[in-house]
Design a protein around this ligand. Structure first.
Ligand code: HEC
Length: 288
């Protein structure tokens, strides 16, 4: 059953036309250089008018917040997740001591518990955004081990699927402080509003302007709530890190996707995660 706040279906053409409107607004606020906190507040207001009466906590369920049936199916799958084996394989990697006797837990505060909500962060020393996955690789490197490929599901994928569960329920807490950090945030923001691919659509066209509407047979989730639960197991089986999910949407737009772990996607994740500040993390969940 669809909830009352669901909207009717829209076509790609409608999405493109209406996207132009939101992008014009974005360009205006962008030129005035709204602060990250102003961006987030504007987004929250926009969605609170779109999804009237829906508590913010519900946004973590993405498009399922609009469908009781989908939510029930989700809950029954999460009782016995068919992808538990993947998370367990990640745990083995996390716990296996390195050749020097150290382990992943030794690289993180608190043994890696309740840390993921502070990633990505801006590292002024190297002038770049550091994702949680990069921190896992830095840990390998600093201990003389071989780094994992950001697009390899069987190593980095399952490792992050486990390691991120150690931060379940932590609230997203991204900081954008100082000019260097702000530049990366703005670059992520620009990509989010940039029209790309043969369909000439931006991320914001679907996940802001049309959040809550149908695109083909799928309900579009709002950008707020999306960044706190990755990786996901689509169809209960196929692991997608956040970057892989970004790539999937770029492919759907017929745009050449940026590589997982690239600076462009790191900055995009920085912006996107900031908008998700204050929401509780829950990694490794089912998605359609
Ligand atoms: C033509 C519409 C469209 C555009 C444009 C689009 N997406 Fe998506 N996206 C979808 C659909 C459909 C889904 C699956 C349903 C859902 O969860 O919204 C999805 C899902 C997602 C999800 C997973 C949500 C979740 O909770 O599991 C993320 C993250 C995402 N998109 C990010 C992006 C980013 C970043 C861009 C820009 C590069 C983008 N999308 C552009 C249609 C789009």
């Amino acid at each position: 059953m669809l909830r009352s706040w669901s909207r009717p279906a829209v076509s790609l053409r409608t999405v493109a036309v209406l996207a132009a409107a939101v992008l014009a607004i974005a360009a205006r606020t962008g030129s005035a250089l709204a602060s990250p906190e102003e961006d987030r507040a504007a987004m929250l207001t926009f969605f609170s008018e779109r999804f009237v009466g829906v508590p913010l906590q519900e946004y973590v369920h993405g498009s399922m917040m609009m469908s009781d049936d989908a939510k029930m199916q989700y809950e029954s799958i999460m009782d016995f997740p068919p992808f538990q084996g993947g998370i367990d394989r990640g745990q083995l990697i996390w716990e296996k001591p390195f050749a020097n006797g150290q382990s992943f837990a030794s690289c993180f505060e608190n043994g890696g518990r309740n840390v993921a909500g502070r990633y990505p962060y801006y590292d002024a020393q190297t002038d770049r955004v550091v994702t949680f996955e990069m921190a896992l690789n830095q840990c390998l490197r600093s201990n003389g081990e071989t780094e994992f490929d950001y697009s390899d599901r069987s190593t980095m994928g399952v490792l992050t699927a486990y390691a991120r569960t150690l931060s379940d329920n932590m609230l997203m807490d991204i900081r954008v402080e100082g000019a260097g950090a702000r530049k990366k945030y703005e670059s992520g923001r620009a990509l989010y509003y940039r029209r790309i691919g043969q369909h000439n659509l931006a991320c914001a066209s679907c996940h802001v302007t049309h959040a809550g509407h149908y695109f083909r047979d799928e309900l579009l989730s709002p950008t707020i709530g999306q960044a706190v639960h990755f990786p996901v197991f689509r169809g209960g089986e196929f692991l997608y890190t956040l970057h892989m999910r970004y790539q999937r949407c770029m492919e759907a737009l017929r745009a050449a996707p940026y590589p997982a772990g690239s600076e462009d996607l790191n900055n995009l994740e920085y912006f996107h995660s900031y908008l998700n500040n204050g929401l509780p993390l829950k990694a490794s969940i089912y998605r359609r």
